[in-house]
Design a protein around this ligand. Sequence first.
Ligand SMILES: [Zn+2]
Ligand SMILES: [Zn+2]
Length: 130
Amino acid sequence: MTDDLRTQLRAAIASADGFSEDSLELHDYQEHADAVLAIVQPELDRLRTMYDVVSERENDLLKERDALLLHPEHHATTTAEQPLCAECGHPKDEHEDADEPVSVGLCKTCDADGDEDNAWHNYEPPAETA
Ligand SMILES: [Zn+2]
Ligand SMILES: [Zn+2]
């Protein structure tokens, strides 16, 4: 991969100087290609690392999704294990985030219960017991 890139860089630099790739001697533009590659390579490595992290996260999410599709009851368990809102006592996941920083979110369970007056509030973490 790197060698391909190096070849492409070398050809591009040569062509910017008006030479075709075929007309190059073996030693021509090798140092130029190395100089460009030295700048580009760390950036490529950084992107590769980011890509790996994202791919890993995507894999985890796909596995989680498959697990939920296969075992929907698992979701109920995890929701039940969530910390409960200090405001209304419903699990964290039932609370939607506010659209804007100045407004408040909605507790879907309160809303479904018809408790409209109290449904609109941001999730409050429970007081630390430990
Ligand atoms: Zn709440
Ligand atoms: Zn609630």
